[in-house]
Unconditional design. Structure first.
Length: 218
């Protein structure tokens, strides 16, 4: 169960709405949101097997990022885990296993959901790894679909939903990231209380393995 959640991490009448498609919202979000912070709930649904019912697992925690290459997921429930990208290394800390896995970040993030919402410097960088397209508006959100260009990966498709506000507090806010992998498993991350461009200390994206923890370099 724990590894399952971790591998997932690795998507009107106002004049504004005349152009606020999902793709335009993604462009605006990447361009204007340099840092972000939110609570999240993640629901993972696995396909039914051998006549069994769908398997649904839920977790929650906090999320922070600083563009172009730093982010942090702190899972709090139902178990404690930490995922930190510090710009060079992607750290995965499993408290129950007393284990840290360290991987070179550059080789991992290009065609992942994290690249869509937190890592990429601009949309052009995303288009090197994804085919981006508008999706129909749904649930009051603007949606964009990202399909990986690489055909041999575990990621099948990603959808990202943005809330577009107008008026004095106009802007594009990340609301939902939907991930479908090649095994038919669907992960939906819903973000709550998203803060746009908060001041985040550099220490938020630093990681040091606790004493006595097994560190695996990959």
């Amino acid at each position: 169960m724990k590894r399952f959640f971790i591998t997932i991490i690795f998507i009107a009448t106002s004049p504004y709405y005349t152009w606020a498609t999902g793709l335009k919202s993604l462009e605006e979000f990447v361009k204007m949101t340099n840092t972000g912070k939110a609570d999240f709930t993640q629901v993972v649904t696995s396909p039914a097997k051998d006549g069994q019912a769908l398997r649904v697992k839920t977790s929650s925690g906090t999320f922070e990022f600083a563009r172009p290459n730093r982010f942090r997921f702190d899972y709090v429930k139902p178990f404690v885990q930490t995922i930190v990208a510090d710009g060079q290394t992607l750290w995965l800390y499993d408290v129950d296993l007393n284990q840290v896995t360290a991987r070179k970040q550059a080789a991992l993030l290009g065609s992942t959901p994290a690249a869509l919402i937190a890592s990429a410097a601009d949309v052009k960088a995303l288009q090197a790894d994804f085919v981006l397209a508008d999706a129909p508006n749904k649930d009051g959100l603007e949606w964009v679909t990202a399909t990986p260009k690489a055909k041999d990966g575990q990621l099948q498709a990603v959808r990202v939903g943005f809330k577009v506000s107008v008026g004095a507090e106009s802007g594009v806010v990340l609301q939902v990231l939907e991930i479908l992998d090649s095994f038919g498993q669907r992960s939906v991350l819903s973000f709550d209380g998203f803060q746009t461009n908060p001041a985040l200390p550099a220490s938020a994206f630093e990681f040091k393995a606790p004493a006595g923890v097994d560190v695996i370099q990959q």
